[in-house]
Design a protein around this ligand. Structure first.
Ligand SMILES: [Ca+2]
Length: 204
């Protein structure tokens, strides 16, 4: 199945450069098989693992999106769950990962006995990584020795608000400028981040 399509993103000089859009259509956990321009785990499906590997290999900012059937075995009661074992590849190139909604997609480290500690997403690129509308769960970083940790100032877009107005309301446990610790990293929330009206979490 062809799962990559060209789309345009603006480069630093305002010129359009070609990025690829990888569409995850499976909650499976298989690796990329074949070229980076086609997300395929060897079964004709595109997994998140394969999409990240393809995005890493394909130079420049790409997009990862989700269109998974409700007949997928990882779908239950309105939510898709992607379970990773071992860790996903480090995110080593700029990418925008856009989920269907934090209440609709969970990406989690396996909770099976004997699963080693690892983060759900580990960012190693110095470029920009946007992660939105995805819940990540069960990640652990007790094996962290300092390498591969998130760099202070790295910003994650939680809500990319495309309307002209500000986000109305606040998460009850996440006030503006509130900080919290996840996987050993401190994040600060801003509801006026991004282009002025996005919910952004910035590594402190
Ligand atoms: Ca890329």
């Amino acid at each position: 199945m062809l799962c990559a399509a060209a789309f345009a993103v603006c480069g630093t000089h305002g010129t359009a450069v070609a990025g690829l859009a990888y569409v995850v259509d499976s909650t499976g956990d298989g690796d990329l098989v074949g070229p980076s321009t086609i997300c395929d785990d060897g079964t004709g499906h595109c997994t998140l693992r394969a999409a990240i590997e393809a995005s890493n290999l394909h130079p420049g900012t790409d997009g990862i999106f989700f269109d998974i059937s409700t007949t997928d075995p990882g779908y239950s009661h309105g939510t898709w769950t992607i379970i990773n074992l071992p860790a996903l590849a480090n995110i080593s190139d700029s990418v925008n990962i856009s989920g269907p909604g934090a209440d609709k997609l969970t990406v989690q480290r396996s909770t099976a006995d004997g699963t080693p500690d690892f983060r759900v997403f580990n960012v190693t690129t110095s470029g920009t990584v946007n992660l939105s509308d995805v819940t990540k769960a069960s990640g652990t970083a007790s094996n962290d020795t300092g390498s591969g940790t998130l760099t202070a100032g790295t910003a994650f877009t939680v809500i990319n608000n495309t309307s002209a107005s500000l986000i109305s309301g606040r998460f009850s446990n996440l006030a503006n400028d509130a900080t919290f610790i996840s996987n050993g990293t401190t994040f600060k929330a801003k509801y006026k981040g991004g282009d002025g009206n996005d919910l952004i979490l910035t590594v402190q």
